[in-house]
Ligand binder design. Structure first.
Ligand code: GLN
Length: 403
């Protein structure tokens, strides 16, 4: 079966007892990492790394170019030296209360997490296991399927369709047809990354009816709840409070994605189950940043911060969309999120980064169905200067190719 020499060579160790090419000391045998550790680098991390290495404008990973607001930064400075030890696993009481007030829920139903990513991970672990299925839409945010797999369950995606004239279409009938006796939960995202879809109240009512008919949990990823360009998105929690877990993000709301402060709002009575898992994942989120977010949430409401973001980002979306259309792309303007999607027959993420602009390839959001050809996702939570430089580089590349 290959023998020690072959196994050692596979891991960069020589068979002769000397350090191999990797420079590590040889041992006769080494244990294997579990196959689940073979996961690839996240597309978002990869595109940010390539953008930095290649000097490309980063319109890939969704984080803002602007600094967070001073009311958040000042609160964090004031919290250092005062909130430096473990917070309770459920979160600092002040933050649970602030979230309760902001979201119109009981603070006792809130669990603070290390970003929305941990929130989603905890919920998958809490709701599904071997033999269970979790139903979601495709294109799909990159962590949903791997998280379901880590829980030992099976993620099943239902494709949305992309009609160049009508944009992204969601089919409730197709979702209903994919429900099986094994389905335990619907995992949804509204506003929806990457399509920018905001589900209408009629669509949400249909989703809730489906969940009630089959007794399913609903996990509603609402991290872009304050980033919308049409009617305010309705939270699924308000329609089905008994079965909906919502997920939110201070990083997305307050322009501080590196802080890793997210939250879960659980149906009444379900928080202890989430907390039991939460204390063995990261135990608690960073205490001083929780204190800062607790102070910033009311300040953001009172100062009209979210309305300002919508105005700024709405203008940037229009600017980027117009620039991409002028370059021949078909652009799908989002109703929410800070991403737009575009189709262009010759654009690929590799080709665009060669032209000095990093974006996310459409295929990154597809695992079980084929991605529409020529699909890319563009983040417009970047400065006007970034957007202008990106468009100028693309225009120059376009002319070079034509010449
Ligand atoms: N939500 C961000 C995006 O879609 C990235 C999140 C991440 O990098 N994990 O760009």
């Amino acid at each position: 079966m290959g023998g020690v020499g072959a196994q050692a060579a596979c891991r960069g160790l020589s068979a002769s007892g000397r350090p191999g090419r990797a420079g590590r000391v040889q041992t006769a045998r080494m244990p294997h990492l579990h196959p689940r550790a073979a996961a690839q680098e996240s597309v978002f991390a990869r595109m940010s790394r390539l953008a930095a290495q290649r000097g490309a404008v980063n319109l890939g990973q969704g984080f803002p170019s602007a600094a967070p607001p001073e009311f958040l930064l000042g609160a964090a400075r004031g919290a250092l030296g005062r909130f430096d030890q473990y917070a309770p696993p459920a979160g600092l009481p002040a933050l649970r209360d602030a979230l309760g007030a902001d979201l119109g829920v009981d603070g006792a139903d809130v669990t603070v997490t290390c970003g929305a990513t941990e929130a989603l991970h905890l919920l998958t672990l809490a709701l599904a296991g071997p033999g269970d299925e979790v139903l979601m839409l495709e294109p799909v945010f990159d962590v949903y399927l791997p998280q379901v797999a880590l829980a030992g369950a099976r993620g099943v995606t239902v494709p949305m369709t992309l009609d160049p004239a009508r944009g992204w279409q969601f089919d409730l009938g197709a979702l209903a047809a994919a429900v099986t006796p094994r389905t335990r939960a619907l995992l949804l995202n509204s506003p929806f990354n990457p399509t920018g879809t905001v589900f209408t109240d009629a669509e949400l009512a249909g989703i809730v009816a489906l969940a009630r008919q089959h007794d399913l949990w609903i996990v509603s990823d609402e991290v872009y709840d304050e980033l919308y360009f049409g009617p305010r998105p309705t939270s699924l929690r308000s329609l089905a409070p008994e079965r909906t877990f919502t997920v939110g993000s201070a990083g997305k709301r307050l322009e501080a994605t590196g802080w890793r402060v997210g939250w879960i709002v659980a149906p009444p009575g379900q928080t202890p189950g989430v907390l039991g898992l939460r204390q063995v994942t990261s135990f608690s989120a960073p205490a001083p940043l929780q204190a800062a977010v607790a102070a910033a949430l009311p300040a953001a409401r009172e100062s009209g911060f979210y309305a300002g973001l919508r105005e700024t980002y709405g203008a940037r979306m229009t600017r980027l969309a117009a620039g991409l259309r002028a370059l021949g792309a078909t652009v799908f303007e989002p109703r929410g999120t800070y991403f737009l999607t575009a189709l262009h027959p010759t654009w690929t993420a590799e080709g665009l980064i060669d032209s000095g602009v990093a974006v996310i390839p459409g295929e990154a959001f597809y695992a079980q169905h084929a991605a529409p050809a020529g699909l890319t996702r563009w983040a417009f939570c970047k400065s006007d200067a970034d957007l202008d430089v990106a468009l100028a580089r693309l225009s120059q590349a376009d002319q070079t190719v034509r010449l």
